[in-house]
Write a protein that binds this ligand. Structure first.
Ligand SMILES: Cc1cc2nc3c(=O)[nH]c(=O)nc-3n(C[C@H](O)[C@H](O)[C@H](O)COP(=O)(O)O)c2cc1C
Length: 267
């Protein structure tokens, strides 16, 4: 459905209300929605006001309009108003679009009052962006190290080779000759040996160090605010920490299933 739902706000609102009633409330599962901004500030804020009354717990905003292409710069002008409406309704507000890494989050929270950020392409390119404290390659784990860790995980979980290849290509700079080699690879073994050769040539790999805060269970920590009340007093927002467990998948699956937020995509 995606962004088409933004053209039918009645339908979008009905879907959210139904999800909250049939799934969210009975099973205590937070319902969230992701939208794009509309053509102007007033219509965007009007939509957010409607959605904020449906019982959802989180709203993510991709700061582009539907026709805007990914290369076009995001429009963040409406964010402060959106975050205010969300907080008045006790809903978290997550910003999306051109967030390059962890270092971008604090200024966005400070300037617009958002509670967190969602990252897509920067994470495809280098997952260490979630720990990056400064922009550019200097803030990231070397891409070959990340790529090697990724292919190891793919092998561990028997990931389909075409998906491995697609994701690996997002990590390799287009100008690197490895890009062409991996593009033409017909098997995981071919990709692996090409990556091995590139790593041994450059010999620049460093140990992965994603965690910014080490706990006994080794977790990566991202700090974000969540509104604690459904009143209009946003100053009661508290700090919480989102712990991202770094454990083998089998171990996670063997545990009691966790309740996960259910997200509607209107972006
Ligand atoms: C490979 C890929 C898959 C995506 N899939 C979805 C999706 O299923 N639902 C969605 O709402 N957005 C999807 N998006 C859009 C992103 O969530 C995000 O809104 C957009 O890329 C802007 O964020 P960014 O600048 O961090 O990339 C996808 C983006 C990429 C690159």
């Amino acid at each position: 459905m995606g962004a088409a739902l933004l053209k039918t706000p009645d339908k979008l609102e009905n879907i959210l209300r139904a999800l909250v009633k049939e799934v969210g409330e009975p099973f205590d599962i937070p319902i969230s929605v992701k939208i794009r901004i509309l053509e102007d500030r007033e219509s965007t804020l009007a939509l957010v006001r409607r959605l904020s009354k449906t019982g959802i717990k989180c709203l993510s905003v991709h700061c582009r309009t539907t026709p805007m292409r990914p290369r076009e710069p995001v429009i963040r002008d409406y964010l402060a108003g959106i975050a205010d409406i969300c907080h008045e309704a006790g809903i978290s507000c997550i910003v999306n679009g051109d967030v390059r890494g962890r270092f971008d989050l604090a200024p966005l929270m400070e300037k617009y009052g958002v509670d967190g950020a969602m990252i897509a392409r920067a994470a495809e390119s280098n997952t260490s962006c979630f720990a990056a404290t400064k922009p550019g390659p200097a803030g990231l784990v070397d891409w070959k190290t990340v790529a090697r860790e990724y292919t190891n995980l793919c092998a561990q979980f028997d990931n389909h080779h075409s998906n491995t290849k697609y994701c690996l290509l997002q990590m390799i700079p287009g100008k690197d000759k490895l890009y062409q080699t991996v593009s033409k690879a017909k098997s995981v073994a071919e990709m692996d040996s090409a990556l091995d050769a590139a790593i041994s040539q450059s010999n620049t790999t460093t140990p992965i160090a994603i965690s910014t805060k080490t706990t006994p269970t080794t977790t990566s920590t991202v700090t974000f605010k969540t509104p604690t009340s459904t009143t209009s007093n946003t100053s009661t927002a508290s700090s919480e920490e989102l712990h991202l467990p770094k454990r083998p998948r089998e171990e996670s699956l063997s545990e009691t299933p966790q309740k996960r937020p259910l997200a509607v995509n209107a972006a």
